[in-house]
Design a protein around this ligand. Structure first.
Ligand code: COA
Length: 320
């Protein structure tokens, strides 16, 4: 018995922001951004919300799966930008979908969130606790960015992607997960630490901070390492894998991983050019694109991998 992604869905906000448009407000240029990251456009939420985008992507996945919201047993939303501290984004998605029989909760593993959610959902299904799962990565990163800081605001975008999982004779073959909490501060966004009657300090509010070079080094080291581990566990080689679906942070990171694995870059589909880095939404949005354009077919072998704040990283090998 295995657990398989039987359907996908995605949703991007309507407003497109090009590098040139951004350069009207921030001291940057299309040349700087595209040569260092591969990003040319990103979608930015104006009226869209983390829950709203999650719901739209979930509806598309359920439609593809030909399942009703009442069939859903488990909803996991991976996000660092929920609309509310509580209720969770997953509980809000449950309510909006009318998925009244589901268990719903969020996971905060930043850009690795979709891979982490995949493994949790897989275990719920493998143990028989749930018969299926809707896992969603949804992010409105634009609300935690400092739009005066060119070193971060140019990198990210908003969006959501979903996958519907069920038992099958084939599907997820191996998953690797890891966390390096002691390095966590290289990519952080602070919440209130304290706020009560007895605290005299002003309440801190802040935006996303990143040591870009440290994150880059972490990504190019850890991403190929966990992909190799996942392929070894699956007893497959680079040649057996049809697509490597990586977290869409930076074209240079993806090229470096391809080089390290000695895999042709053509096996690494990219959407970052028009989405930017959408954290937990990156991998499921890329998967949905591959499915809907007909590139990803049943029986293909794929390896997915993501890395991000926490620090967290993960990889999975699947037969599609
Ligand atoms: N436009 C123009 N100049 C910019 C800029 C921008 N958007 N952002 C930074 N710069 C400037 C810096 O101020 C610096 O100028 P200085 O030398 O005069 O101080 C210069 O460009 C170089 O900055 P640096 O940070 O050394 O650039 P870099 O080559 O390391 O590239 C990143 C920066 C962010 C593209 C790169 O570090 C990276 O990709 N890191 C990984 C980030 C990531 O993927 N994070 C998410 C992971 S989930």
């Amino acid at each position: 018995m295995a657990v398989r992604i039987i359907a996908t869905g995605s949703f991007l906000p309507e407003k497109n922001v090009s590098n040139d448009e951004l350069a009207q407000y921030v001291d940057t240029s299309d040349e700087w951004i595209s040569s260092r990251t591969g990003i040319r456009n990103r979608r930015i939420a104006i009226t869209e919300t983390t829950t709203g985008m999650a719901v739209q992507s979930a509806r598309r996945a359920l439609e593809m799966a030909d399942r009703s919201p009442l069939d859903v047993d488990l909803i996991i939303v991976a996000t660092v930008t929920p609309d509310y501290g509580t209720p969770s984004a997953a509980c809000q998605v449950q309510a909006e979908l009318g998925a009244d029989h589901a268990i719903a909760f969020d996971i905060n593993a930043a850009c690795s969130g979709f891979v982490f959610a995949l493994n949790v959902a897989r275990m719920y299904i493998e143990t028989g606790y749930s018969t299926n799962a809707l896992i969603i990565g949804s992010e409105t990163l634009s609300k935690i960015l400092d739009w005066n800081r060119r070193d971060t605001c140019v990198l990210f975008g908003d969006g959501a992607g979903a996958a519907f999982l069920e038992k099958s004779d084939r599907g997820i073959i191996s998953v690797v997960q890891g966390s390096i909490g002691k390095k966590g501060m290289v990519l952080n966004f602070i919440n209130r630490k304290t706020n009560n009657l007895f605290v005299n300090e002003p309440v801190e509010t802040d935006y996303l901070h990143m040591d870009g070079q440290e994150v880059y080094k972490f990504a190019v080291r850890q991403c190929p390492k966990c992909l190799i581990e996942a392929m070894e566990q699956a007893q497959l080689t680079v040649e057996d894998i049809d697509y490597f679906v990586l977290h869409q942070a930076n074209v240079r990171i993806i090229e470096s991983v391809a080089k390290r694995l000695k895999a042709p870059i053509e096996k690494f589909p990219m959407s970052l050019g028009y989405t930017g880095n959408m954290s937990a939404a990156s991998v499921p949005v890329m998967l949905d694109q591959l499915v809907r354009e007909g590139s990803l077919k049943r029986g293909d072998k794929i390896a997915i991998s993501a890395f991000g704040a926490g620090l967290t990283y993960g990889a999975a090998v699947l037969e599609w």
